[in-house]
Structures are given as C-alpha cells and as structure tokens.
Design a protein around this ligand. Sequence first.
Ligand SMILES: Cc1cc2nc3c(=O)[nH]c(=O)nc-3n(C[C@H](O)[C@H](O)[C@H](O)COP(=O)(O)O)c2cc1C
Length: 339
Amino acid sequence: MLYSLARPILFSQDAETAHQLTLKGLDRLACALPSPKLDQQPVTVMGIDFPNRVGLAAGLDKNGAHIAGLGKLGFGFLEVGTVTPRPQAGNPKPRLFRLPEQQAIINRMGFNNDGVAALVANVQASRHRYAGVLGINIGKNKDTPNDNALDDYVTALRQVYEHADYITANISSPNTAGLRELQQEGAINALIEGLKNEQAQLSQSFGYKPIAIKIAPDLSDEAIVELAGIFKQFEIDAVIATNTTIDKTAVAGLKHGQEEGGLSGTPVRAQSTHVIKVLAEALNGDIPIIGVGGIASGADAVEKLSAGASLVQLYSGLIYQGPNLVKQAVKACAAYQPL
Ligand SMILES: Cc1cc2nc3c(=O)[nH]c(=O)nc-3n(C[C@H](O)[C@H](O)[C@H](O)COP(=O)(O)O)c2cc1C
C-alpha cells in the first residue's frame, strides 16, 4: 500500500537516486515497521534453518548498510554485497536504468562499494536489530588481475567469514571486465579449491560456513554440466543461478534497451529457470540451488522450485512491486509441494 503511493514519486527520479531514497526511507521506518504476518514454511538448506524460502538477492545492499530495514520485509534471508577487499567507486553514472515496459533493469554499477571492512562494521552494528539468516557476497576489485583473483576472494572471505551465515563467491557479474572468465575450467578449479581450503582453515575457529558460487545465465548447457562436475568434485555448498544476462534481445527497441550492463527482471526469468533445470539434472540433488532471475509473482518463485531450486531470491521484482511481492512469493513457496 505504502509502496504503491511512493512508487510514482520514486519512478520520477533517476533510478539510482530513487534507489538511495527508498533505502533511506526504509531505514527511517525500520524501527516503526512491524514484521509482516506471513504464511511461511521453514526449510533447512546448506545446514541452515530458514524461516521461508525467499531471499533478497545481492546488489541492493552492497555495503550491508540497510540490514535492519530490509529485515522487516518478510524475507527468509538477506544477501548483502557484492563487497570487494578495497573500496571502489564503480562505473561513472548513469549506470542504472529502468525498463518498465518489461519490468526490467539494466545495470553496470561495477561493484561500487565501501570495501569489506566497512561492510563488516555495518553487519556488526546491525546484528542486534536483525537476527535472521545473512549471506555475504564477495568479489574482486576491478584493478586486481584475474591471475590474482583468488587472493581477493580469500582476503574478503577471511574478513566476512565469522559474520556471515553463508558466503557467496560472485564470479558472474558482467560489469567487471573478465570476471566471468573465472567460470571457465582451470580458473574455476583453482578458485574453488582455494576457497574450500580457506573455509577448512576458518571453520576450525568459527565453525563451518557454507560457500555458494553465483553463476551467469549466459552459459551453454555443456558449460553448465561441466561446472556442475567441478562443483561436485570440490563439494561446493550451493550454487546461485543466476546473475543478470548480457543478452538484450528481449529489450531491443525499448528506451535504454541498448545500454551496456546486465539485464535483470522479467526478460531473464526463462533463461535463469533453464539454467536451474540443467544444473539440477547434472547435480542430481547433491548440491542445493538458489534460484534467482525475474521473479515477479508467487508463481514465478514456484517455477524456480519446480525447476530444482531449494531457495529463491529476488531483486528487480521488488523495485517494481514493492514488499508485497515478498509476501506473495513466501506464501506460494509455503504451499508448494514437490512432486
Ligand atoms: C542494480 C543491480 C545491482 C546488482 N548487483 C549485484 C551484485 O553486486 N552482486 C551480485 O551477485 N548480483 C548483483 N545483481 C544481480 C541480482 O542479485 C540478481 O542475480 C539478478 O538481478 C536477477 O534477479 P532479478 O531478476 O530478481 O533482479 C544486481 C542486480 C541489479 C538489478
């Protein structure tokens, strides 16, 4: 209700300003907001107990600065980040574009963030106001060459580990040159092996925290199957499918349809679901999948579960529909019965 009143005002602003205004407003309301009444069904995935299957996808709260407010929207878990070891400005503005005809977004933010130390301080400060499940999504700095990418991921992992319930390694943003090449055989093996070794070390002091890998939707079926084999070999804890797509055919001709960056929202839905299906078949239940991409209704959330996901996340749908979408998705997932 509140969101349907605020939306025309927000959508009259440039997309990034609207984004900042919404998060600021949410922070102000956070203390006053009651937690929504939800039709929810708890679930255990990656050894973690979730109150429901619907999470906030990475990228909305890159610095973990709005956890208390976002925690009041009914999500079963929040994922903050992507955070890099050192702060970085990201790409020049404008870098965020709404395509309302398709309930879509194109972004080329480029991992703008305040660095991992600032995120950890924010997470610590919010822990007394948010007791829910928290994922922290890590990446590499723009000026770190791919040959040294593992150093960045390990640096970030070490710093966030004790503050996260799970950690996501993002190797699929299209907005950091060369990042997606880390999904290729050779690079991915070294990266995952390095992360798993570090996880084993850290778990001795802080307990076992699952590591998820977030992949792109722009992968061939063969590449997905190959990746699944590597995920199984190294016993990765979960796969998040998918990030934004670089395929803009669905928005050709629309205002902003040719902007550089990753496309999210309705146009990526079917492609993401396809990746989940292929992945689920190849993983054969050994590794859970978190399904994300274009969820704009309860039925869309269930589509991801039917394809083989155990949890879902959303971002763009929240921008277009507001928090009511979270409620709807939670309800639909609670009613979902696997065949
Ligand atoms: C503005 C914007 C920024 C994003 N930033 C990140 C990010 O920092 N890290 C990440 O893993 N995914 C990021 N994503 C991708 C989302 O987490 C999600 O995978 C993708 O948008 C598909 O879901 P959706 O269609 O529900 O938005 C971003 C998406 C948007 C729209």
